[in-house]
Ligand binder design. Structure first.
Ligand code: ADP
Ligand code: ASP
Ligand code: MG
Length: 408
């Protein structure tokens, strides 16, 4: 059994949908059971969001999910028709119809269960099953969506539940690269990457795979193959195999321009302040990424943190309340930031990687506003306008354009 996922660019128009139908039926002809997950056509999701925003600034999230889920419902039906016209049997389903059950966090719901009986029944009749990506149904029967890029998660979660041999992610690039090929033309395709490294890359902005899809892959051992819809070339294999094709220390450089930085200014430096602030944010389902605190004069502290810009309106109203409750001096938002990260399992055992990254930025006169590290990642917040220069500089500093990277 094979699960194949096609992203929005792969089904952007009727010709492309027909091409997808051909690829799917070829896989079927090779003797496989095929489950297909697809995204909405081209930029449909963006256009739907824009429509909603023309009606109100903060549309109710439940209704947002009703609206956004229609994008994928349209594409599954069209693909099914295209497969039928090639003389094969196919059947399309919404997430709810095949029992993709989620929690009720509208617009970023988490899958909690998948009931595969219906899919298995259709496969046993010799049909190709097509499932709408990015959507599910909550326990109390509301339509939910899984966050931007969520079709990846639908595909990997289905592959896990069905015990598929491989989950193929077809997209508009040849695989996972050492940096976003749109920003760094000399970036190289990575042949093999571990779940842990891919998790860090996804978490820090390599949107080629949604973060949660990689978590599913790791937790259930799903072999993922990210490859191009426009060629037959081998792409990138994501597995937990430790045996590397290349003994690389640094895997790649990622960037993220979707965050904003919030600074809470002049709060008393005493126990419980951070706990209160981050509890308020967590209760509103806001994910916080980087955090730093500086204690200044008069025992007063500033706390800065980054969040997704999509959550900015929600966060602003929470901050107004927090400033008042804590008697803080105020808060500030900066939307013109970017985060650049260096990822690699080998950096654990190689001192000096952080220093080299900071030098690469310094050599280009790029100021670092925040830093955070983990054992396999270093992230810096910089000005958004400098992101391309920064990614290229760091990519070059570590020789990622030249193949196997040995530090030092
Ligand atoms: P799809 O519509 O197929 O889901 P996405 O737009 O979500 O496609 O993801 C593919 C895009 O991810 C590529 O076009 C590329 O610009 C971007 N990307 C960012 N970082 C990377 C990376 N490290 N490797 C490959 N692609 C990347
Ligand atoms: N259509 C959704 C989006 O644009 C889901 C996806 O493409 O994975 O985010
Ligand atoms: Mg995507």
């Amino acid at each position: 059994m094979i699960v194949q996922k096609f992203g929005g660019t792969s089904v952007a128009d009727i010709e492309k949908i027909k091409r997808v139908a051909q690829r799917v039926t070829q896989t079927y002809e090779q003797g496989n059971d095929v489950v297909v997950v697809i995204s909405a056509l081209g930029d449909t999701t963006d256009r739907l969001i824009k429509l909603a925003k023309e009606i109100c600034d903060r549309p109710p999230e439940r209704e947002m999910d009703m609206l956004l889920s229609t994008g994928e419902q349209m594409s599954v039906a069209l693909l099914s028709m295209a497969i039928h016209s090639l003389g094969y049997q196919a059947i399309s389903f919404t997430g709810a119809q095949v029992g993709i059950v989620t929690d009720s966090t509208h617009t970023k719901a988490k899958i909690i269960d998948i009931k595969v009986a219906r899919i298995l029944e259709e496969l046993s009749k010799g049909r190709i099953v097509i499932v709408a990506g990015f959507q599910g149904v909550s326990l109390d029967d509301h339509i939910t969506t899984l966050g931007r890029g969520g079709s990846d998660t639908t595909a990997v979660a289905l592959a896990a539940s069905l015990g598929a041999e491989v989950c193929e992610i077809y997209t508009d690039v040849e695989g996972v690269f050492t940096a976003d090929p749109r920003l760094v033309p000399e970036a190289r395709k990575i042949d093999r990457i571990t779940y842990d490294e891919m998790l860090e890359m996804a978490a820090t902005g390599a949107k080629v795979m949604q973060l949660r899809s990689v978590e599913f892959g790791r937790n259930y051992g799903v072999v993922i193959h990210v490859r191009s819809n426009f060629s037959d070339n081998e792409g990138t294999w994501i597995t937990d195999s430790e045996e590397r094709m290349e003994k690389a220390i640094i895997r790649g450089v990622t960037h993220d321009v979707t965050e904003a930085k919030i600074t809470l200014m002049g709060v008393p430096d005493r126990p419980g302040i951070a706990a209160y602030l981050f509890r308020c944010l967590a209760d509103a389902n806001i994910n916080v990424d980087m955090i730093i605190q500086n204690v200044g004069e008069n025992n007063q502290a500033d706390i800065s943190f980054t969040i997704s810009r999509d959550d900015l309106d929600k966060v602003k109203s929470i901050m107004e309340k927090v400033v008042e409750e804590l008697g803080a001096r105020g808060f500030d938002c900066d939307e013109e930031i970017a985060k650049i990260s260096l990822i690699g399992a080998g950096m654990k055992t190689h001192p000096g990687v952080a220093a080299d990254m900071f030098s690469a930025l310094a050599e280009h006169n790029i100021n670092i506003e925040m830093i955070s590290t983990s054992s396999i990642k270093i992230s810096c917040v910089i000005k958004a306008s400098e992101v391309q220069k920064a990614v290229q500089a760091v990519h070059r500093k570590f020789g990622l354009d030249k193949g196997v990277v040995m530090h030092g």
